[in-house]
Design a protein around this ligand. Sequence first.
Ligand code: URP
Ligand code: ZN
Ligand code: ZN
Length: 474
Amino acid sequence: MTQTPSATLIRNGRVITATDDYVADVLLKDGIVHTIGHRLEVGPDVAVVDASGLYVLPGGVDTHVHLENVIGPTITCDTFASGTRAAAFGGTTTVVDFALQTETDSPLGAIARAQASAEAQVAVDYSLHVIVTRVDDQVLKDVQLAMRHEGVTSFKMFMAYPGVMMADDAAIFRMLRQVGADGGMVALHAENGTVIDLLIKEALEAGHTSPRYHAMTRPAIMEGEATHRGIRLAELAQAPIYFVHVSSNEALKHIVAARAEGIPVFAETCPHYLLFDDSVYNSDSLEIAKYVMTPPLRSTEDQKHLWRALRYDDLQVIATDHCPFCMKEGHLGYRLQKMRGKDDFSLIPNGAPGIETRLVSLFDIGVMQGRLSLNRFVELTATTPAKLFGLFPKKGTIAVGSDADVVLFDPAATQTVHAKALHGNCDYTLLEGRTLRGRVEKVFLRGQLIVDGPAWLGREGMGRFVPRGEVRAF
Ligand code: URP
Ligand code: ZN
Ligand code: ZN
């Protein structure tokens, strides 16, 4: 009879954290990293994995994903089950999704609703940010309760999408003041929503209906204006602030200046802003709907600034903003997704997939192309997101006592990306046909092997909600 192993020894791999790079044996036991050493001796009940030639990375932490998120009249096509399975195949073992406060319920209701759906489905560990769309005294009380008792310590607010999700400056300021004082983080979607809506209206009136006008009506300067405004609100509130999906130098220059002034401003960018530029919009083809995300792709000049900021820590996180909608109507039963906007670009649901390709695409264009060191790659994709959102050191590193979320990564392998071979529900990938260097070989979640090459050994419901603590930003 084969014995179920009580633990796993990863032998002779190259352990990479945000600060370390060494060859060692790593013993995963009782769900945590139990021992790190050389030539560790173990009994026959311990499974031994030879990791010679492989990197041993902390499981990725993706703090910006939209699974089962209702966005306008539709819903992202990845469920908690399909999205977390895809995350795992991509080497991500913790995701932070969004719980949307509706017109009538409170942040606490939003958390309970998301958890009720996630619990039986998630295959990796997860947490939630609450999207706060309405602020009053009761909402602020509930936000405090969420932080103290639910382990939800971050809240997203929108400066875009008037009448849908946009919060006004006073509401954002009130949230910043309270959440900051309690040790949490407000994450801001920074675009000037009312001006953008005017530009959209004018474009449509002029007969400009094709997807390319999505980009033309969301100019970088309006991302910059909102970023500047958000920084000033945070400065007044004496609170840290985090900007999601930074795409342009117009936004970045305010972040750089604020950080130089000592204001605690933090920011992420996303792989698509590094992989693609606005030249994709030079066509009236409906295929361009694939690239309709917010903010839109920017210029190659902007990309240079993003890379510089990633190198010098003016950007601290690369998260996916995985927000998948299908292109083909009826695919897997999802109707009226991207093609909703075939006659009116403003009806295309905003967002693109990327949860499974984050680590490998960044390894290829970041590490292999000499833009990021291996340590920085880990820091941007696991360690700092965990620190900024109260998950560290449980998540985001390989250290004795940390959760045994471990990725064995082969830097010498290559793979060609095809949507059909990915594990989510989306029917396209922006990386279709692209060959990338590096491959996720094995993934452990709290010590359990969930991905073994092409084999899925995980199961729905094995992921856990991770209560989060205070921001560890400085
Ligand atoms: O296009 C995007 N980013 N859709 C998701 C919603 C958001 O603003 O993050
Ligand atoms: Zn956003
Ligand atoms: Zn998003």
